[in-house]
Design a protein. Structure first.
Length: 300
């Protein structure tokens, strides 16, 4: 493969130091002939100046005019890469750092398997050294979303292990550029959270295959348990979970899943935030659930 047709998109929002560490780890990769596109999502700090000072001649910087969320911000970088003729596009979060050998297994997987459209690495928790995700699994009927092998020791995976996940986590994945031509980019109405699930399900609905491989390794900060206090996290995650079900469930499964939501998921979520005194999280969960039930993706 010509690595000059590989573009890496990093979306920054008020996290310049994370982004710089991610850039440094990418540059330490054994393969250096790729282009990096850093999109600053209208940061309110001095991210722009810090990041630009650290860019090389093969890096590109794009400044958005407003906060477009994960989906819209990454779409800016994706469109730029497509305009430049990218063959493959790597989406990676700024709080990731990569193993020096992480890139080649991802590229080889797509090069050698024409039936695979999206491939993701094994994600290790930077703090614990345990597995954070090996792809994701879900059951839409019961609003169940989980990461494969979450908190397992990576020794449970043999060298060369792979599986076809239900979805690829948005923290990092490599995708053929023609997938975006076929199914579109991230749905910007999601703004934040579950746009990776939506993209994966949309790909599968169009007959495209995804894969998680253990020979590619990255390290990521786990924020799974930090969002219960946040209005933003609770609003978008609650709303977008419901939107996923509206978009991909059969009518029968929607009846089952919404009954389960109202009788179990929603009361459990509200009670958990109430007893811990997470008032902003509580408000976000309530308003997000109402928005999910009353609105649908692409509604204004």
């Amino acid at each position: 493969m010509n690595f000059q047709s590989l573009y890496i998109v990093i979306l920054n929002y008020n996290c310049a130091l994370h982004t710089i560490n991610c850039l440094r780890s990418l540059r330490n990769s054994k393969y250096k002939e790729f282009f990096i596109v850093v999109v600053d999502n209208f940061s309110s700090d001095n991210s722009k100046e810090i990041i630009i000072s650290q860019l090389s001649q093969n890096d590109f910087f794009i400044q958005t005019e407003s906060n477009l969320g994960y989906s819209g911000g990454n779409n800016i970088g994706i469109r730029y890469a497509l305009q430049c003729g990218a063959k493959y596009i790597l989406i990676i979060n700024p709080d990731c750092e990569v193993d020096k050998n992480f890139l080649l297994p991802l590229v080889k997987t797509l090069d050698c398997n024409s039936d695979i459209s999206i491939v993701c690495p094994l994600i290790i928790d930077r703090d614990t050294g345990l597995i954070q995700a090996f792809g994701g699994k879900m059951n839409l009927r019961f609003f169940y979303y989980e990461r494969y092998l979450y908190k397992y020791n990576k020794s449970v995976l043999e060298r060369g292990s792979s599986l076809e996940p239900d979805y690829v986590p948005g923290a990092c994945f490599l995708i053929r550029s023609n997938v975006f031509h076929k199914i579109g980019e991230f749905d910007e109405s999601f703004f934040l959270y579950f746009e990776d699930v939506d993209l994966s399900l949309k790909a599968k609905a169009n007959g495209l295959k995804t894969l998680a491989i253990s020979d590619s390794l990255i390290y990521h900060t786990d924020s799974k348990n930090r969002g219960n206090k946040s209005y933003i996290v609770n609003f978008y995650s609650s709303r977008n979970q419901i939107w996923i079900n509206k978009r991909y469930c059969t009518f029968k499964d929607i009846i089952i899943s919404f009954t389960f939501l109202l009788l179990y998921i929603f009361p459990k979520k509200i009670f958990s935030r109430f007893i811990h005194g997470y008032w902003f999280g509580l408000l976000g969960a309530i308003t997000g659930t109402l928005a999910g039930l009353c609105l649908k993706p692409n509604d204004k």
